[in-house]
Structure formats: C-alpha cells, structure tokens
Write a new protein. Sequence first.
Length: 139
Amino acid sequence: MLHFRKELWFNIPTRRAFVNITDQVSACIKESRIREGLVLVNAMHISASVFINDDESGLHHDFEVFLERLAPHEPVGAYRHNDTGEDNADAHIKRQIMGRETVVALTEGKLDLGPWEQIFYGEFDGKRRKRVLVKIIGE
C-alpha cells in the first residue's frame, strides 16, 4: 500500500469563511500518483473545519446565519472558554457542528464525489495561519 501526506496552509483575512479546496486536494492526488484508495482531508486546528457540500453562495450564507444563530460570536462573555482571555469559544462550537474531516474514495485517480459535491475548508477564527492535512492511502 502506498501513502502520501501533504499540508495545505491557509491564512484567511476574515474571522469566518468557506473556501473550496477541491482543486487543491485533486492536485495532491495527482502528485501522489495513487489511483485507487482513500483520501482523508482534515483541519488541524480546533476552530476550523473540513466538510463536503455544494459550492453555492446562498447555501454558504445560510450556513453562516445558521451557525451564528446556534453559537453567536457575541457577547464573548457568554462563554466560559472565553474566561481564559480567548474570544473564540463560538469557533470551537461551529467547528464541532461542521466537522473536523472528510474521507473520500479515490477511483481511477479522481475524487469519487457525487453531483455538486465539493470539499471545503471552513474557517471560524481566522486572521492567522492554519493548516489542513491531506493523507492519501491506496495503490
């Protein structure tokens, strides 16, 4: 069995954003030369997410509104975690809702995604460097 590992780095200038990383993951597959297997894509920070969904701006807006309704950023004093001097408790909760990682089948050197499916990096506490791991195993 072959394996490949690469880190994708992001520095999102805003507090929150959704970034389509499907092309970057596909580039990793090409670089790996693995044709059949599994691709793990995971956020390596506790205030960021990786998930699969549609690349449609209205849906992304709906995600933002929904997440802010469930775990609003303000008032920051409403969260015990922020008693430590942090202001990102909401980002931890949003990450938990959207998920840490995704695993996608790799078939004939391509991501086995369904219609409209794309891979996204979700940032919930930006303005600093963070990374995503792409791990490919197979043959």
